[in-house]
Ligand binder design. Structure first.
Ligand code: MN
Length: 243
């Protein structure tokens, strides 16, 4: 059996980055948790650095069986027509525009797309949606969506909407998830529907009903170890990638 080839988008640490591991070099990197997650199932993982030449994206998407949009630095608000609000967060405009093109082309070619955390937000932005740039300062009465003392994880519950792809995959009305985000979906993009939210109303999952598998989750299945929901999400994604 041919194993599906899954491309994972990467984060960047530019030469001027304060992160000490850069040591003045311009690096792309990938949190190993995503690789470990894919390793648990039958597939071939491939790390995909941000490209500036978009002309090769159609060929790239044609060559892969599925696209996994990973977490990482903030989505660039200019991509959805907003001024960036002042803050200390790292923002990645090149990756933002690259992933918009990747998602658009994957949709054109009917390739499965699975977005995790920032990846969930990217699916939304690629389809014309917008984000809250900072939940604590823009959403009143929001619960804690990011641990103040990373690398320890924060947890919260999510309510899953019935009659959605997500509810079919998980077969549960709610779920306890790891959470680490300060941005979130504000206006939902075209052709998307909300498939989960937290108790404060923050959108925690979206999907594109017109496609076999275009799903974004705001939580981190790759860090939930042997949680059955994480396995089910990955299996469902890969099942579609094999078709
Ligand atoms: Mn959350």
């Amino acid at each position: 059996m041919k194993l599906p080839l899954i491309a994972m988008t990467m984060d960047q640490s530019p030469a001027a980055d304060i992160r000490p591991f850069s040591k003045g070099a311009d690096l792309y990197f990938l949190n190993a948790a995503y690789n470990r997650y894919l390793e648990k199932a039958d597939c071939l993982p491939l790390a995909l650095p941000t490209w500036l030449d978009f002309s090769r994206i159609p060929g790239l998407i044609a060559a892969i069986d599925g696209l996994l949009l990973t977490g990482g630095d903030d989505v660039f608000a200019g991509a959805y027509g907003e001024e960036v609000i002042p803050g200390q967060w790292r923002i990645d405009p090149p990756r933002t525009f690259f992933e918009i093109e990747l998602v658009a082309e994957a949709l054109r070619q009917q390739k499965p797309v699975f977005g995790i955390c920032r990846g969930c937000q990217m699916i939304n932005v690629a389809l014309g949606g917008t984000l809250y740039q900072d939940i604590p300062s823009q959403v009143a009465d929001a619960i804690q969506h990011r641990s103040p003392d990373k690398p320890r994880w924060n947890y919260h519950g999510v309510h899953i909407e019935q009659q959605t792809l997500l509810s079919k995959i998980l077969d549960a009305p709610s779920l306890r998830v790891t959470t680490s985000h300060h941005q979130a979906i504000k206006v939902v993009g075209q052709g998307l529907r909300v498939s989960a939210h937290s108790q404060d109303g923050i959108i925690e999952a979206i999907e594109a009903p017109g496609h076999a598998f275009v799903l974004g989750v705001q939580w981190h299945p790759e860090t939930m170890d042997d949680d059955s929901s994480s396995r089910l999400l990955l299996q469902s994604f890969l099942d579609q990638c094999r078709k």
